[in-house]
Design a binder for this molecule. Structure first.
Ligand code: AHR
Length: 328
């Protein structure tokens, strides 16, 4: 009898042990293996500019490791398509959605859908016009502050002399364009010797900017003494157009060139004196987004808004050593 009782107890202990492990006990997670975190990344246009390529590379490199599964959707800078891309991530029940917004507007409905699906949304690089409760975190620059660094240099360079500036804008409605253009508008409004000669979008593109600058040279000629280009690629296009017409660019007495992004090849142009002032817009957001996601995964509460500190570089103070030390 006693032997039978012991045997019965042993069987009961083994049966109970298996049931506990199978009901989410310690053994359950090791049995099923760690679940990859699925991240949907709605990118503007992955290869649109040197900056965007560096940004895309940073995101892909950061999340290629184990534990994450990042899917990049390229909207080709089409705002409506990007909203549809985000809805696609919601429908496929991604764990996180990361957005570098083509346009500041048009986000409320799809972000409400993400909220209803309990999918955290992280804004990277580009800010948007939507209620803050619809997104979890923003990490990126303050674009207006970037513009103010550029206009501060212009004020110092021109002093009380006339400033006849043309403005090559980024894609209209993007946070980067809105912020940088607003800084120029403020400076023009508060300096009576500043005149906005012309402004038009160069679509972040070297070729489009070169075409626009060529037509401005034909219309306004030597009146123009400053180009405020809202990214490096457009600054390059403007420089090509000016140089092809034998117009002196940069340095102490050429047409002053303002640029944004500070990609390494364009910092070389700054060192060469072709770009007078190049304001950094740091694209290396992959690790910053990962930090936010890892924080959320561990039950933390990331900052709502994380503004990245950025520098500006000038033709008469930048050095090769500074350029060589840059990460992008
Ligand atoms: O949002 C950052 C801007 O987007 C960069 O200045 C530009 O090059 C890119 O298209």
């Amino acid at each position: 009898m006693r032997k039978k009782t012991i045997l019965l107890h042993l069987v009961l202990i083994i049966v109970l042990g298996v049931v506990v492990a199978g009901c989410g006990g310690k053994g359950a997670s090791s049995a099923s293996g760690p679940k990859d975190i699925r991240i949907g990344f709605a990118q503007c246009k992955a290869d649109e500019s040197d900056w965007r390529m560096a940004n895309t590379r940073s995101m892909l490199d950061t999340f290629k490791g184990p534990g994450y599964q990042l899917t990049l959707s390229d909207s080709n800078n089409d705002a409506a398509k990007q909203v549809a891309d985000v809805q696609g991530f919601i429908d496929q029940e991604y764990d996180y959605i990361v957005i570098a917004a083509v346009n500041m507007d048009g986000w409320d409905t799809v972000l409400r859908n993400a909220q209803a699906a309990k999918i955290p949304v992280i804004l990277v690089d580009r800010n948007i016009n939507a209620p803050q409760d619809l997104w979890t975190s923003y990490v990126g620059p303050d674009f207006k502050v970037e513009g103010e660094k550029a206009t501060a240099w212009m004020a110092k360079h021109f002093g009380s002399n006339p400033v006849n500036v043309v403005n090559l804008q980024g894609q209209l409605g993007s946070g980067a364009q809105v912020g940088r253009s607003a800084a120029l508008d403020d400076a023009i409004a508060s300096n009576s010797n500043w005149t906005l000669v012309a402004r038009q979008t160069g679509e972040w593109s070297t070729d489009v900017a070169k075409q626009v600058m060529t037509s401005w040279i034909q219309q306004y000629g030597s009146t123009i003494n400053c180009v405020y280009a809202e990214n490096d690629n457009m600054a390059d296009g403007a420089i090509q157009a000016l140089q092809e017409r034998g117009i002196k660019v940069g340095g102490a007495d050429g047409v002053a060139i303002i640029s944004f992004d500070a990609n390494r090849p364009y910092l070389q142009m700054t060192l060469a004196g072709l770009i007078n002032c190049n304001v950094e817009c740091n694209p290396l957001h992959g690790p910053r987004v990962k930090q936010i996601i890892d924080n959320l995964e561990s039950g933390g509460q990331p900052k709502k808004i994380e503004i990245i500190d950025e520098e500006a570089f000038y033709w008469d103070t930048i050095t090769q050593a500074i350029i060589d030390a840059r990460q992008y």
